[in-house]
Design a binder for this molecule. Structure first.
Ligand code: IPE
Ligand code: IPE
Ligand code: MG
Length: 247
């Protein structure tokens, strides 16, 4: 599969104005397909292609971390047919080890992997291992991911340390919680982009987005282009981030 564009990409703002970490809530696939009289799975296929384009563009313009919401802890409520279609697509992307490996992309899967079929879990681990040394872009794939689930997971790990006598409750800090998240070691999200017109976070990286900027657009994810991303990045560059301070 040839996924990567070779055309030189130019960032729309000065490199120092780019976010270090952008989170994409890839929403609107179903509505995109419905508008065309097609099954929802068709929208997911197109959405997957857009993931590749946008991820590659992030890499090319120098954004070091990009997170993509692939499948939420709530998405299990969808039909088995739709879920099977998503699994099929996941396998296709996960099997594309060579292109990720040779294009400088490090793949990380965050979320509770254990709910996926065994072969998908193995493919995830393989792709993560094969791309571990890549350093141009970290593509963080949120799969069976939920922010609340992640915080509960972090709390459980910390509780184990306390139980074993390795940690005192009064020594638990924000850094401790951070260190036990699936995203440990990854910087906070600077910019969240949600297409499709929905104005919510839907349990996406809730801890990591505590001080993120938000960009919403009515465009459906399969129609989202690098020009749309440029618009979001220009908008982001004009925001005054204060982190609680005063001007
Ligand atoms: C997002 O698109 C993809 C997943 C949740 C897997 P949707 O499937 O939610 O598309 P809409 O919101 O129904 O249009
Ligand atoms: C969020 O989209 C999850 C993903 C994009 C994977 P949803 O379509 O599931 O979110 P809601 O249900 O509209 O909040
Ligand atoms: Mg949706």
């Amino acid at each position: 599969m040839a996924f990567f564009t070779k055309k030189e990409a130019v960032p729309p703002v000065a490199p120092e104005q780019l976010p270090k970490h952008v989170g994409f809530i890839m929403d609107g696939n179903g509505r995109w397909a419905k508008k065309r009289g097609m099954p929802r799975g068709f929208g997911h296929i197109e959405g997957g292609k857009v993931y590749k384009k946008i991820m590659t563009y992030c890499r090319d313009i120098g954004i070091p971390y990009a997170s993509f919401y692939v499948f939420s802890t709530e998405n299990w409520s969808r039909s088995q047919e739709e879920i099977n279609g998503i699994f099929k697509l996941m396998r296709e992307y996960l099997d594309d080890v060579q292109s990720f490996k040779h294009e400088g992309v490090r793949w990380l899967v965050v979320g509770d992997k254990s709910k996926f079929p065994q072969d998908i879990q193995e493919r995830m681990t393989k792709l993560e291992e094969e791309t571990r040394d890549n350093d141009r872009l970290t593509s963080i794939m949120c799969c069976n991911y939920g922010g609340r689930n992640e915080l509960a997971h972090s709390a459980r790990e910390i509780a184990e340390l306390v139980k074993k006598g390795e940690l005192e409750p009064e020594d638990i800090t924000e850094d401790t919680i951070n260190a036990h998240l699936y995203t440990a070691g990854i910087p906070d999200v600077d910019l969240v982009i949600r297409p499709s017109g929905e104005l919510r976070l839907s349990n996406f990286l809730i801890w990591q987005c505590a001080y993120a900027e938000y960009y919403f657009t009515n465009i459906l994810w399969p129609d989202f282009t690098t020009d749309d991303l440029d618009k979001a990045l220009i908008d982001f560059a004009g925001r005054g981030r204060r982190f609680g301070g005063a001007e």
